[in-house]
Design a protein around this ligand. Structure first.
Ligand SMILES: [Zn+2]
Length: 316
């Protein structure tokens, strides 16, 4: 596949199993030396008819497939559908719904919904490369409300919401390195501790932190803190959170347009999904796909993780 491959190219390419195999082998065994994931043995035989390898080391479970040891393991769905589905979720700016996947790939909506759940779990990024910022580096800090029905609201309009008796419940707190990566998470409340814990966990001391006037940012003594008063001036020179607004608007579009209803409890999965695309925004679709796929093949999700904790709103 060329660096400039489009969605159409990807679907056509992965429609052929041979291409899926080439891609997975290159991803999993970059030096071309295929080894048994159970014993590391190299004496293997590819059984074309069953699309599996047989290891001759003489242990239990001597066979393995391209999916063994990845989040695709145990799935009856073919790679010819998994790879385009993954491409879609990793690359569609506003996310993609199970209805769209079902239509595009010819699976049921329920199947598509489970597929997206698995891929989304692999997109969760716990090792985002340590903390953001550093001395003199600019960080934007902000938080937003997202309602039970994924209604999006800037904190500045909170009072308005409350007056309407429609108080949003879930708060997402985020820190963004200017022109760099974002780290966003669902936080329990907007009190000082919750907001500052999230910030301290993800931002290096000495960074210059821009935030709005929210008191929860008071006392961040190890940072150079600049406050923006949204009511007076939206953009005051360097003191703004415009980069963050960009991330919020992507998150909002995805939640509103693609995922009809997301329960607050599941919101963090969509936040992580959007953060993944945002943090890998400055590359073409092929590279973003390869980065996401590396996370997918490097992980093995347990059945409990998939069924117990991975239940996202069925409508998504
Ligand atoms: Zn083996």
């Amino acid at each position: 596949m060329s660096d400039h491959a489009t969605l159409r190219d990807a679907i056509l390419y992965f429609a052929a199993f041979e291409n899926c195999k080439d891609f997975m082998v290159q991803l999993r065994w970059p030096d071309g030396k295929i080894i048994c994931p159970r014993c590391g043995g190299e004496k293997l035989c590819w059984v074309e008819k069953q699309r599996l390898w047989k290891c001759y080391a003489g242990h239990k479970q001597p066979t393995f497939t391209l999916k063994t040891g990845t989040i695709f393991e145990d799935s009856p769905i073919a790679l010819e559908k998994w790879l385009p589905a993954t491409w879609l979720l990793l690359n569609c700016k506003n996310g993609i719904s199970s209805y769209e996947i079902a239509r595009d790939l010819g699976v049921t909506q329920k199947t598509a919904w489970f597929m997206l759940g698995r891929i989304r779990l692999a997109m969760q990024d716990e090792e985002t490369g340590g903390k953001l910022g550093g001395p003199g580096i600019e960080i934007e800090a902000d938080e937003t409300f997202i309602g039970g029905k994924a209604r999006f609201m800037h904190p500045g309009r909170r009072t308005q919401m409350r007056e309407r008796g429609n108080f949003a419940k879930t708060i997402v707190s985020a820190v963004l390195e200017r022109h760099g990566k974002v780290h966003a998470a669902v936080v329990p409340n907007r009190r000082k501790k919750a907001i500052q814990d999230h910030l301290r966990e993800h931002v290096e001391p000495g960074s210059t932190v821009y935030s709005d006037e929210l008191l929860s940012y008071d006392g961040l003594d190890e940072y150079a803190h600049q406050v923006i008063n949204h009511a007076e001036t939206y953009v005051d020179g360097q003191i703004h959170t415009n980069g963050m607004e960009n991330f919020w608007s992507l998150l909002k579009r995805g939640l509103k347009g693609t995922y009809i209803s997301v329960e607050p409890f599941h919101l963090f999965r969509y936040v992580d999904e959007q953060a993944f695309r945002f943090n890998n925004r400055e590359m073409d679709d092929v590279h973003r796909f390869v980065i996401g796929m590396k996370q997918i093949v490097g992980r093995r999700l347990t059945y409990a993780q998939l069924t117990g904790k991975a239940e996202v709103a069925q409508h998504g």
